[in-house]
Ligand binder design. Structure first.
Ligand code: ZN
Length: 68
């Protein structure tokens, strides 16, 4: 994972992202992957999908979005 050094205001689908815990509107950006286990016909398969995480610059709450 890579952390950007500068906290910035984030727009998601035209709306400014705000932390649902503290109401702050500046975030650090992280690139990550979400790993889910899917049940398939003969067992289980691990699925990895790229995500972007926005970490609140005040309280460190993480808002995670799947990449399109
Ligand atoms: Zn916060």
């Amino acid at each position: 994972m890579k952390t950007e050094n500068i906290a910035e205001t984030i727009q998601i689908n035209g709306k400014t992202l705000s932390c649902h815990h503290c109401g702050n509107t500046t975030f650090f950006t992280l690139k990550g992957r979400i790993v889910t286990i899917a049940k398939i016909k003969w067992g289980y398969e691990e699925l990895k999908r790229p995500t972007t995480c926005y970490v609140c610059s005040v309280c460190n709450n993480i808002n995670e979005f799947l990449d399109k």
